[in-house]
Design a protein around this ligand. Structure first.
Ligand SMILES: *[C@@H]1O[C@H](CO)[C@@H](O)[C@H](O)[C@H]1NC(C)=O
Ligand SMILES: *[C@@H]1O[C@H](CO)[C@@H](O)[C@H](O)[C@H]1NC(C)=O
Ligand SMILES: *[C@@H]1O[C@H](CO)[C@@H](O)[C@H](O)[C@H]1NC(C)=O
Ligand SMILES: *[C@@H]1O[C@H](CO)[C@@H](O)[C@H](O)[C@H]1NC(C)=O
Ligand SMILES: *[C@@H]1O[C@H](CO)[C@@H](O)[C@H](O)[C@H]1NC(C)=O
Length: 413
């Protein structure tokens, strides 16, 4: 109720803002802030690297505008913007619940017009040494909520299983789940991902000698070629992310979730980064994209490697996670900015010619339900026969939806 009143007031010309908008962004609409880029950080170091460095880029200072909204994180109660509102930044707080809560608060605040905004989710992550080194920057097409499964402690799992994780309504690992909650897999525009990759590739990434030496140890595995990525300097790569509240670590879970991503994306996704928020942020963006608040083809997911998800040869999982000092954290945080600022610059520079209008995705985008329309190229197919869901709970035919998402489609039992 209060939300719709606020929106109505804004529509009548009221402004929720003290600061007048005088940027050249085309969507000033109703006194709402219409950033061209919204940076989504997950915790303080990922935010601070932007606060510290952005002023010297010439793109602005994120401390020039502070905006509060009910429901933001108590640790990060402000959304920040540069003076012309072209770039804003929010910090969600760590893990899935914080990430979803914060992003939804921003979406429903009534203070922003995000219809043309590019979201840059930019955080550190565990990196799979098969696809990247410490400090590497991954741009993802998929994120998979890998721990959304049954789990037996490995000591109690059936004889011969490779992992205690197995999908709902299945009886063995590495089988596609029999039903869907909706947040299993999100797919982003590979067209935009490729453009972001081009921009990010201009960056001269930070390198650390201790981190490089640690990566070279993975050459001790057979075949060494499988782990070549870890032995090279950090680079920008195209590969996908796992989301899990459990901060898992070790070869066996790494390989188990590699397989989950392979199976759940129908053989397309390539697991290289593990973090605790991506699926949560993207679920919120899908929900509000149904309402037309955001354009889901404008989402970029970037993760940088701060530690390896599994140990090098002759080291235990415990030593890799808690004892060894591979020194990847500092360069991971620095490379968020170094790669990220090139993406922001690329979007702003080409705003009028390309990005304001948007970049048409060549692939399916959205969730496992096909909520935004089209046919998912993974999972059990669209729950709406390709039409997608309509705003305000209406079906494609204009009827109000009442059924739950579960079991609606044949094959979902
Ligand atoms: C915005 O908040 C930061 C602290 O988070 C503060 O340092 C800065 O001065 C504030 N900016 C304005 C314009 O009030
Ligand atoms: C990277 O380094 C090269 C060589 O020093 C330089 O020409 C280029 O401008 C640098 N790129 C960035 C984005 O700073
Ligand atoms: C691992 O340890 C074994 C036994 O000590 C040794 O033979 C092997 O060379 C070591 N491998 C690496 C990559 O350090
Ligand atoms: C999964 O991949 C197979 C083989 O490429 C393909 O035949 C099938 O249509 C795909 N499934 C979906 C849902 O696109
Ligand atoms: C699903 O859509 C196709 C066309 O895309 C149509 O031929 C078919 O009848 C539809 N099925 C249902 C159950 O609406």
């Amino acid at each position: 109720m209060r939300f719709s009143k606020a929106v109505a007031a804004l529509a009548l010309g009221g402004s929720a803002l003290a600061a007048p908008y005088d940027g050249d962004g085309p969507y000033h609409g109703f006194g709402m802030i219409a950033p061209k880029v919204m940076i989504v950080s997950l915790f303080a170091p990922e935010a601070n690297i932007w606060f510290t460095n952005l002023p010297s880029s010439g793109l602005g200072d994120l401390m020039q505008v502070n905006i509060t909204a009910p429901g933001l994180s108590m640790l990060f109660p402000q959304i920040h913007c540069v003076a012309d509102f072209s770039i804003c930044q929010m910090t969600t707080g760590e893990s899935e619940i914080n990430a979803a809560s914060t992003v939804m608060a921003a979406m429903l605040s009534g203070k922003f017009d995000f219809r043309h905004t590019y979201f840059l989710i930019a955080g550190i992550a565990g990196v799979n040494p098969k696809h990247g080194a410490l400090g590497s920057v991954a741009l993802a097409q998929y994120t998979v909520q890998v721990a959304l499964q049954y789990e037996f402690d490995a000591r109690e799992m059936p004889e011969g299983w490779s992992t205690g994780y197995f999908g709902y309504k299945t009886t063995a690992p590495d089988v596609e789940p029999g039903n869907a909650y909706g947040t299993e897999v999100f797919e982003l525009s590979s067209t935009l991902r490729d453009l972001a990759f081009g921009f990010a590739s201009k960056a001269n990434l930070s390198v650390d000698p201790i981190a490089s030496a640690y990566g070279k140890r993975y050459a001790g595995f057979e075949p060494a070629s499988l782990f070549a990525a870890a032995t090279h300097p950090p680079s920008v790569v195209k590969c996908d992310t796992a989301t899990s509240d459990v901060y898992y670590s070790g070869k066996l879970l790494g390989e188990a979730f590699e397989d989950v991503i392979d199976v759940w994306t129908n053989g397309t996704g390539k697991y290289c980064m593990t973090a605790q928020e991506d699926s949560a942020v993207l679920e919120v963006l899908v929900r509000v994209a149904i309402e037309g608040f955001v354009d889901f083809s404008r989402v970029i997911l970037m993760r940088t490697g701060s530690d390896y998800d599994r140990p090098p040869p002759n080291m235990t999982a415990f030593e890799n996670l808690r004892v060894a000092k591979p020194n990847g954290y500092g360069i991971a945080v620095e490379n968020i900015y170094l790669a990220g600022v090139e993406i922001v610059r690329g979007i702003l520079k080409d705003w009028h010619r390309t990005f304001h209008r948007g970049v048409k995705p060549a692939n399916y985008i959205g969730d496992i339900f096909g909520s935004l329309g089209g046919k998912p190229d993974f999972g059990h197919g669209s729950t709406t026969n390709g039409t997608g869901y309509k705003p305000h709970g209406r079906s494609a035919g204009g009827h109000r939806r009442t059924s739950s998402g579960m079991g609606r489609k044949a094959g979902y039992v």
